[in-house]
Design a protein around this ligand. Structure first.
Ligand SMILES: N[C@@H](CSCCS(N)(=O)=O)C(=O)O
Ligand SMILES: [Mn+2]
Ligand SMILES: [Mn+2]
Length: 306
């Protein structure tokens, strides 16, 4: 699915509108400053990066909540721009590597991927399901909702008219869940969405879980894969500087195994690395979180241990 020479296009998205914490917009800047581009070049990738996206803000008075949804017009506008950017890169046979920024961005990245690769499946690595609808969300933070928009669940909002229900429930699988709201549990069940929680990771081991996840969404290993990786899937001791940390997460190796195994399929067409917030911990912990973000991207893009 990728053109040659293999080209990775870094889509830097300094965006925090999907959630209330300051700082997650600095994630992409810190990942690039840590040398991610040079690291990918070192792996043999042709890397394209024409600067971080400049999302123009909408002042709060012009963007009042819709229901309890916060910054709705801003999130709608930004994610539409991201969908266009990711879709354009993917259509050129490049591998878009979207650096967040909060996970509401995935409404855009996955829309873009599916525009270029309609048959793609989504592997969502996260402590959370991010599948709340307008009706079920209790926070109004849109970073907890992107999957519901992509599936076309819940009532539609005119401001999000650009999002089409391009994702089918049988084309997404979760790994790492351990903090799912009651409403989300109902949605997962009603839509028969496959999800491997941390209980499953403990029970089967990460190797078997990844195999079962791929068997579910990619049975004959012929579909393009969009990997959406929320660093809060990792245990907070491994990736502390993130907005919604939840204990009992993936180890350093389990996180990397997922990326390595998906690269090994040869089917990866798009990657998101989301929710790195470099303002939530001490200097050493921030550095650790940024470094593991870079490391996960390298593993997903072919870096091997031997
Ligand atoms: N389920 C909660 C938390 S959502 C956490 C979003 S993320 N992208 O995984 O950090 C909510 O809806 O606010
Ligand atoms: Mn998430
Ligand atoms: Mn999460």
């Amino acid at each position: 699915f990728l053109s040659s020479p293999m080209t990775a296009s870094i889509v830097g998205c300094p965006f925090s509108g999907g959630q209330p914490r300051v700082g997650v917009d600095q994630g992409p800047i810190r990942l690039v400053e840590a040398g991610l581009i040079q690291q990918l070049t070192g792996l043999g990738w042709k890397v394209k990066f024409d600067g971080h996206h400049q999302f123009e803000d909408i002042n709060a008075t012009a963007d009042p909540p819709i229901g309890i949804l916060k910054n709705p017009r801003l999130v709608a506008r930004v994610t539409e721009a991201v969908a266009k950017a990711v879709g354009a890169h993917a259509k050129k046979g490049e591998l878009p590597v979207t650096l967040g920024g909060d996970h509401s961005l995935a409404m855009g990245t996955i829309s873009g991927t599916l525009d270029a690769h309609p048959d793609a499946c989504v592997i969502w690595i996260d402590a959370h399901a991010d599948i709340n609808t307008v009706e079920t969300t209790e926070s109004g933070n849109i970073h907890g909702m992107p999957v519901s928009f992509l599936l076309g669940l819940g009532s539609t909002i005119p401001e999000f008219g650009w999002v089409k229900p391009v994702l089918k429930p049988e084309r997404i699988v979760y790994i790492g869940l351990r903090d799912v709201d009651a409403g989300e549990k109902r949605i997962l069940k009603e839509n028969n969405i496959k999800a491997f929680s941390m209980h499953d990771v403990d029970r089967y081991g990460i190797g078997k879980v990844v195999e079962m996840a791929l068997d579910h969404v990619n049975p004959t290993r012929d579909r393009p894969i969009h990997l959406s990786f929320d660093v809060d899937a990792l245990d907070p001791s491994v990736a502390p500087s993130t907005g919604t940390p939840v204990r009992g997460g993936l180890t350093f190796r389990e996180g990397h195994y997922i990326c390595e195994a998906i690269w090994e399929t040869g089917l990866l067409v798009a990657l998101d690395l989301m929710e790195v917030n470099p303002s939530l911990a001490d200097v050493a912990s921030v550095k650790q979180t940024v470094a593991i973000g870079c490391s996960l991207v390298r593993s997903a893009l072919g870096e091997t241990l031997l």
